[in-house]
Structure formats: C-alpha cells, structure tokens
Design a binder for this molecule. Sequence first.
Ligand SMILES: O=C(O)CCC(=O)C(=O)O
Length: 274
Amino acid sequence: MQLTQEQKNFFETFGFISFPGLLKDRIGQVIEDFETTWKKVGGGHNGKPHDGKKRSCIGMYQTEGIVSLLDDPRLVGIASSLLGADYNFMGGDGNYYVGDTSWHSDGWHAKVMHIKIAFYLDPLTRDTGCLRVIPGSHRINDGFAKDLQSHLGKSQEYYGKSGCEIPAIALETTPGDVLVFNHNTKHSAFGGGSWRRMFTMNLCEQYPQENLQELKDYLSGAARFWAMEPYNSAVLKNAPATRMRHLQQVIDNFGHVPALSRKMMETMAEPARG
Ligand SMILES: O=C(O)CCC(=O)C(=O)O
C-alpha cells in the first residue's frame, strides 16, 4: 500500500494523518501481545506494575506479534511513502498513560524527518484522552511553528488559555485506527483515565552521510535507558532482508552507546522508563 499524492501532500502540510480501521484485523492479537509484554517485563515505572498514578513506559518490540508489525505491508507502505524506501526503524515504546499529556513535540528536526505511528488500544474521544495535534506546527522554519514553540509551554500566561483550550484537531480513535505524525508536530491529550494504553513505532528517513553525527547523537539518548543493543533480540531474530534494510543504519551507528550506558549506570539508580 502506497499513499496517494494527496495523502502525502496532506501529511506534508499539516504534519499528521490518520487511517481509521487500518489494522482492525490485527488489533486483537496486538492487544494480547501488549498485555503479555507488560506481564513479562513486570512493570514500567520503577520496574513496578502500573498503579495508575504515573505514566508507565517500556520497550514494546519483544513479541513476535508486535515485531511482525514491522513487516506489515500497510505500515511499510505508509513509512516508505513518507520517508522513502530506505527509512529507519527507531524503536517504540508501550505506555500506560495517566491523565493529561501537555503540549510538546517529540523532536525538533530540521533536516531528517522523524515520524511516529501511534496505536491507541482503547476507544478515546476528545475529552477522554485522544491525541490532539496542531496542524502545521511541524514546519519549524515557519513563524506559526516558532510562535508555538516559544509560547505553548506557558499557554495560560501567554494566550490566556489552558492547554485543553488551545485550537487543535482531536483525533478520536477506536482500536485498530492508526495515527501518524511528524515528531515536530505539537501534540497533547486531555481528560484521559489512568490506564490509557498506547504504543508507538518511531521511524525516520535514512540519514545522509554528512549528517551521521546527528544520528549518533540521537542514538546516544538510548543510554539513559541503559541500552546495550540497538534493538531487542526479538526484532533481529529471523529478520527478513526487507526488515534488516530498516535496521542497518542504526546498527552501524550504535557502537558508542554501550559505553555511554555503562557511564549512566554509575550515576543513575535505575534506567529511565519513558
Ligand atoms: O497520548 C498521549 O498522552 C500523548 C502521546 C505522546 O505524547 C507521544 O506519543 O509522544
């Protein structure tokens, strides 16, 4: 499945796109795998089971069912349409969100595009924690995006509006829907409960040779999770060549991270969880 030119134009202009019901046929299995992974890992925050008080977060690509999403032709089609055929898989987390998530971008990338594919595993509406996005906020050289970047963090003070009153699109979802947004796009969620399940797939364009240091710097961020390997072994096990194509650049540029992780182990009592 390749996106149409119109879908690509929409994503480029507005910084997000949604695919209602795209994975409806697989979502039951995905939810089972999500739950199995949490049980296996034992917990997110402080390694304890989620208690509904604070977001819990773990690496999600640990079971065959979830890893196989990397090869799903529909997701491969979305990714290659937006990022090119040689895009990178950058990992993804599984979450129990709690309450509101304030406005933020996941990155602020000027050259190499990073995207997130988000799977929400419970029905969500505008007022019960669905993802909200501000169209156009990803265009970081644009005055609109710059204004938001400077002021959204103190919206009450600057605009006289609380976060949930900021003009935005509420992407209401039912399980099986797929949401995609540029990491630069400002997003948030308001009114959610304390067990809001969601997991992600992060992807980016292949880094050009001249920007490899930027990729290495990005990967250094994994040290706070005490990462010793670029991917969970389940991602690499029996990986077909078509999947390896999307892992290779990260593998090739990850060599410095284990040493950084060891340093983090000396200074942090436990790895970051989200
Ligand atoms: O669903 C949410 O609360 C926000 C999700 C989010 O911020 C993210 O995935 O980056």
